[in-house]
Design a protein around this ligand. Sequence first.
Ligand code: HEC
Length: 134
Amino acid sequence: MNRFVRHRSVRIAAAGLMIAVALIVARLGAEAQTPGATPGAQTAPAGNTQNGKRIFASYGCFQCHGREAQGGIAGPRLGPNPVPFVAFSRYIRQPAGQMPPYTSKVVTDTELADIYAFLQSLPQPPKDIPLLNN
Ligand code: HEC
């Protein structure tokens, strides 16, 4: 190998290393941005919060779960941390207890995603209200 060739291969190796480093950095950046706040949120389809709020009222979910899905009427609290989307849609199609089933003819999968988005958008309930401890 003459000097010229050796220099060139060193430069090619250095360029390869830089590309590898850039790929790793890009990968780490993407992972850091993945939202992980709500379990199951990553697998939930993007829904329309406003439409979800509307359907939640018009399909009668609110009659048992409350207007803000706060629970306490006939059904439990549903937001702001609903069960993972897969379990959520399965339960609505085939509930196990008091709740009436909603088939995909009544509530479409898109509408379920909208309701789910609405539930996730609800404010956190207050954890501790000191006055209530007196
Ligand atoms: C007639 C009352 C009633 C109506 C209407 C109703 N639910 Fe329910 N829901 C319940 C009750 C009661 C439960 C608790 C489990 C059971 O008994 O089925 C429940 C449970 C659930 C659960 C499971 C919660 C968990 O933590 O596992 C989800 C999700 C849910 N309801 C969503 C909805 C949605 C969305 C609608 C409207 C499309 C709706 N419900 C309408 C009464 C109702």
